[in-house]
Design a protein around this ligand. Structure first.
Ligand code: GLA
Length: 733
């Protein structure tokens, strides 16, 4: 079991090369060893993390927060509360443990002793690697803190090794790490939702007790794995401290925020070991996924910008990271399962005409897939719909100048399928218990090697026999009974972890075999948006809800953590009493896609779409690769605004939306001073301002300085409900 790292990547820090070496030379070392007191200091752009080793060989986190506020004598809260760097089950249960193990079937306490601490380089980044060992039993615990200073981000994970020769050690819980915030009263911001209403922003005071966010059924609809903790009452979006984090894992995950009366908050995160364990055999290691944590001094937007930039630059698949995401057409809402060659081609022709670059055929193309009751698992082309296979359609789509993409749902099977009839034992199930169906489907047990090999073969054939350049990878049900009757007894509760390991192995192998294919992550919409998937997927289908007003809330929440170049949004015929123009303007603030039934469009709609797609292509580098800033939240007002600024601040684009109904509109109009204040521009420079689509005589005549735009701002010009405005700013000198 080795989730993401091999020893070959560990080099002593003297071998630092490239960007990391330049950073080390240009500034103070990111990680320093201290002797008085014994420990380490880790410094990022704005944070400081301090660790102490006591005379008794215990490792404590001494401080985590603002660099400027960290004094060398800080002997802090965690230390006083005796929460160790790796909190374990053992001694007094006054903390949330990251590790819980059983030795020899009876000893359930861990007792860790410091062995060594080394500053190494891991994948071109400095890392503090602390080795501890149980005082009696043969368990070695190596904890990693890999540092990405320019994002203010630390990655934590733990490696457990059974150094004995005879007995296995039962791991009952192995999270990725823990952090302790300085003593204060805090408030948690997180996201919650359901199908069609994902990423809704939630706020809750962290009062004494434990607040848990988790996934227990392989779905993250209810709470995506992300948190932001700020001192209570500090709501300035652009300034003030905040601690944020996420987990690089797509299976069951868990985050506990343990708040003590008069004390700080301990956050422990990693795999959710509910009904799960791991049998660590002699000589074997278990590596946890990464717990990614960060500190910002720049409020909610600072946290969002650090994390989304880190995901964009460090997590997304390297081969496609810097590429602009294509404008796609997806035929799902136009045709559903009722797919025909001529009808897809007719849609493709219009799509090409308006400027689409990738034509994606969604569900319904494979054997027996006439509705959602049949076909999943049989990944060959439906000969009734495509007698000559997919090649003729793909060839004609290519001739129209577009790439071709397709939908798959690998982890699932319909009972009405050849696969299930042949292998009813391939799904998760318990003997003598119901096999619960959701959307008429069961979940394949990918922990099984035969299931893995079957899926790899299917998709290798599909991708090598057809010129497919895009995969939408769906996952439409939650896990119910996780039984694996064929596996040995001690492996029963490992099934969930093994399933996710093989899911990653499957995607990784396919990406390696087909390096130019784009992959889109979908789970009935945005049900699996974690960075475990995003290390393998280029973008996310954020929600099946394409109604533009609802989307503004969903997209606002999504941008709390994720980069805009992963936020896929389609225009569809579901316009919530707004216009096609408004719908486009909403979807253009992410990765634009078109999902309308194009056969119903007249010349007017086509001309509008063409104009909007052209504009989108012009601003796409800003939207997809700039710094996003949510200037106005729809959760706070009847309007919303999001801005994207080029990295060199030479350009920016702002999307403004008005959601006000008539009543609210009157209220808005009554407030003549409504302003749009921008962020992140070059204060002293002048910018020209263009209101896209407005006649020349309606354009502002004068340029403004960045300082003016930030402090005074532009007049809010969108006064009607369901109306929008895109504003472009360009530096003049
Ligand atoms: C899920 C997805 C949709 C679509 C359908 C196809 O619901 O979220 O976008 O792909 O499956 O069955």
């Amino acid at each position: 079991m080795n989730m993401h790292i091999s020893n070959a990547l560990l080099l002593p820090v003297v071998f630092l090369c490239g960007a990391a070496a330049a950073f080390a030379q240009a500034s103070a070392p990111v990680i320093r060893e201290t002797t008085e007191p014994k420990g380490w200091v880790i410094e990022t752009k704005s944070s400081s993390y301090r660790l102490l080793v006591t005379d008794k060989g215990e490792v404590f986190p001494a401080f985590y927060g603002n660099k400027a506020g960290a004094s060398s004598t800080t002997r802090n809260d965690a230390w006083q509360q005796s929460i160790m760097e790796i909190p374990v089950r053992g001694a007094y249960p006054n903390k949330t443990p990251a590790l819980e193990v059983i030795f020899s079937g009876r000893v359930r306490d861990l007792d860790l002793q410091f062995v060594s601490g080394n500053i190494l380089e891991i994948e071109n980044r400095p890392a503090l690697v602390i080795t501890q060992r149980d005082r009696f039993y043969p368990l070695q615990v190596v904890s990693y803190i890999r540092v990405l200073p320019e994002y203010d981000i630390l990655e934590k994970w733990i490696e457990l090794k059974n150094t004995g020769e005879k007995e296995s050690i039962l791991i009952e819980n192995a999270r990725s790490g823990s952090i302790v915030l300085p003593r204060n009263a805090y408030e948690l911001t997180h996201l919650a939702g359901t199908w069609g209403n994902e990423f809704q922003v939630q706020r809750a005071a962290l009062t004494p007790g434990v607040k848990t966010l988790e996934a227990a059924d392989f779905k993250s609809f209810e709470t995506p794995p992300w948190f932001l903790i700020r001192p209570r009452g500090q709501h300035d979006k652009f300034s003030g401290p905040g601690w944020f984090g996420t987990i690089q894992y797509s299976g069951n995950w868990r985050m506990d925020m343990n708040t003590r009366y008069g004390g700080g908050v301990q956050v422990v995160a990693g795999i959710n070991f509910w009904d799960t364990h791991w049998n660590l055999e002699p000589g074997k290691t278990f590596v946890t996924p990464k717990f990614v944590i960060g500190y910002t001094g720049r409020g909610d937007e600072g946290a969002a910008q650090s994390l989304s930039r880190y995901i964009r630059k460090e997590v997304l698949p390297a081969s496609h990271r810097e590429k602009l995401r294509p404008v796609l057409y997806n035929s799902w809402y136009a045709t559903k399962f009722n797919i025909r060659m001529d009808q897809q081609l007719a849609l493709a022709k219009i799509a090409a005409e308006i400027g689409v670059e990738m034509f994606v055929m969604d569900d319904g193309w494979f054997k027996g897939r006439v509705n959602d009751r049949a076909g999943l698992g049989d990944w060959t082309v439906d000969k009734k719909k495509f007698p000559d296979g997919l090649a003729p359609l793909i060839r004609q789509v290519n001739e129209l100048g577009m790439d071709f993409g397709i939908w798959i749902e690998p982890e699932m099977v319909n009972p009405d399928s050849d696969l299930y009839r042949r292998h009813p034992d391939w799904v998760f199930h318990f003997p003598n218990r119901a096999r619960h169906e959701s959307r008429n489907q069961l979940m394949l047990n990918l922990a099984r090697e035969d299931v893995f090999q079957y899926l790899l073969k299917c998709y290798t054939s599909l991708l090598s026999e057809n010129n497919i350049k895009f995969i939408k990878w769906d996952h439409n049900r939650a896990l119910s009974e996780p039984g694996w009757p064929d596996a040995p007894a001690e492996m029963q509760r490992e099934a969930r972890i093994r399933h996710i390991d093989n899911l990653y192995r499957l995607i990784d192998t396919l990406r390696k075999r087909f390096p130019d294919v784009w992959f889109e992550d979908c789970s009935s919409g945005g049900g699996r948006p974690d960075i475990g998937m995003l290390a393998r997927m280029d973008q996310v289908w954020v929600s099946d809800n394409t109604a533009p007003k609802d989307r503004l809330y969903i997209q606002h929440g999504f941008l709390s953590a994720w980069p805009a170049n992963t936020m896929v949004a389609w225009t569809t015929d579901h316009m919530q009493n707004t216009s096609l123009e408004f719908t486009f303007d909403v979807m253009m603030s992410g990765v634009l896609g078109i999902g309308n039934d194009l056969s119903k469009w007249g010349d007017k709609e086509k001309a509008l779409a063409k104009r909007k797609i052209e504009l989108y292509k012009a601003i796409r580098p800003l939207v997809q690769q700039g710094t996003a800033c949510r200037l106005i939240s729809p959760f706070e007002d009847f309007r919303a605004a999001v801005e994207y600024v080029a990295e060199d601040k030479s350009e920016a684009v702002v999307f403004c939306y008005n959601l006000a109904d008539d009543l609210a509109k009157n209220r808005l109009e009554g407030r003549g001073d409504l302003k749009l204040r921008l962020q992140g521009l070059d204060g002293g420079a002048r910018y020209t301002i263009e209101f896209c689509g407005l006649a020349p005589d309606k354009q502002p005549r004068e340029s403004c300085t960045g300082d003016f735009l930030e402090n005074i701002g532009l007049r809010w010009i969108v006064s009607e409900a369901g109306k929008s405005q895109i504003i472009r700013l360009r530096k003049t000198e």
